[in-house]
Design a protein. Structure first.
Length: 321
């Protein structure tokens, strides 16, 4: 049976269109909004370019608050295609504002517990807040290694703990909001005498513990790992409940380059993408890519809604004097 000229022309057109569509998806550009560490993003971008050399990446890198506000302000006329390396609070703000479009990356190994149940975003890693404990200092003071937040409020630890102020650091804000959520404001009153310094940097308390300036620094996981790798007498301690921040990304609604944006999201949710940022994070959500074992660790999930600005105002009125 002879095929009709009309049918042949349709098949030929489809054959030509398919590669052309693929080519468009794998060339052009993509605009990425991010709050990622610049080195982390550069490594991820370099690995992405190996897979997609014809896609030009344009990056706007700001802290979480400003980059989130920018994406929301532009939602009627989006200037970017994807946002990533922002925390859950920001992702929920974007989702509620209608600035995200549902998209689940293809081929990801990330467990369902780290995926938005409505499909708007994916968490790529967790930043876990821990105690950096200088074992040498505690030994000199004949004090045990604390195992819980209640331990830190005991008289023996008076003036031995450093932590960032929640008014100056996202790390400090996460720690203190978790403590109030779990134990109430009265606990902070009990903890206050133990505090040597409310600083301005989330990582500084870990380095202070490493140098022996303080016995205990409340900080995030990768800072403690760095102190340990330097051979300093520091132990990473997960307290009885562990404050944490999840970070991830999603597709911006109305993206003008959605095909390329999806390729970016596919990559960063893949094992190859996780390998690119593995050295920068403590706990990756892709299995087998973490530097910190959180097996048995009780990651705290906030029980009560809190307004961060109001929290900072109340905290400052009580402790920032």
């Amino acid at each position: 049976m002879r095929a009709s000229p009309w049918l042949l022309s349709m098949v030929l057109a489809a054959a030509i269109a398919a590669p052309a569509t693929l080519a468009r998806a794998q060339s052009g550009d993509v605009v990425v909004y991010t709050a990622a560490d610049e080195k982390l993003h550069a490594d991820v971008e370099a690995k992405f370019k190996i897979k997609h050399p014809n896609i030009a990446i344009k990056v706007v890198n700001l802290s979480t608050g400003p980059i989130t506000e920018k994406a929301i302000a532009e939602k009627a006329n989006p200037q970017a295609d994807v946002i990533w390396a922002v925390n859950t609070i920001a992702l929920e703000q974007l989702k509620a504002a209608g600035a995200l479009e549902p998209y689940m990356p293809k081929g990801t190994k990330i467990p369902a517990e780290y995926l938005d149940p409505d499909g708007f975003y994916v968490h790529h890693w967790l930043t876990v807040m821990v105690m950096a404990v200088n074992t040498k200092v505690l030994e000199q003071k004949n004090l045990p290694i604390p195992a819980s937040w209640e331990d830190l409020a005991k008289p023996g630890y008076k003036g031995l703990v450093s932590v960032a102020a929640p008014t100056k650091s996202g790390t400090g804000l996460t720690i203190f909001m978790t403590l109030v959520d779990a134990y109430g404001w009265n606990y902070l009153d009990q903890l206050h005498p133990s505090i040597f310094q409310y600083g301005s940097s989330g990582g500084a308390p870990g380095r202070q513990a490493g140098s022996g300036e303080v016995a205990i620094g409340l900080t995030y996981d990768t800072v403690v790992l760095d102190q340990i790798q330097k051979g300093l007498p520091v132990k990473l301690v997960f307290p009885s409940i562990t404050p944490n921040i999840m970070e991830g990304g999603g597709l911006l609604a109305g993206s003008k380059r959605a095909a390329n944006a999806k390729l970016w999201l596919d990559f960063i949710a893949s094992p190859d993408g996780a390998a690119a940022y593995k050295n920068y994070v403590g706990v990756a959500t892709t299995p087998g890519m973490s530097n910190v074992d959180i097996g048995g660790v009780k990651l705290w999930k906030m029980q009560k809604p809190m307004d961060a600005n109001e929290f900072k105002r109340v905290w400052a009125s009580k402790y920032e004097k």
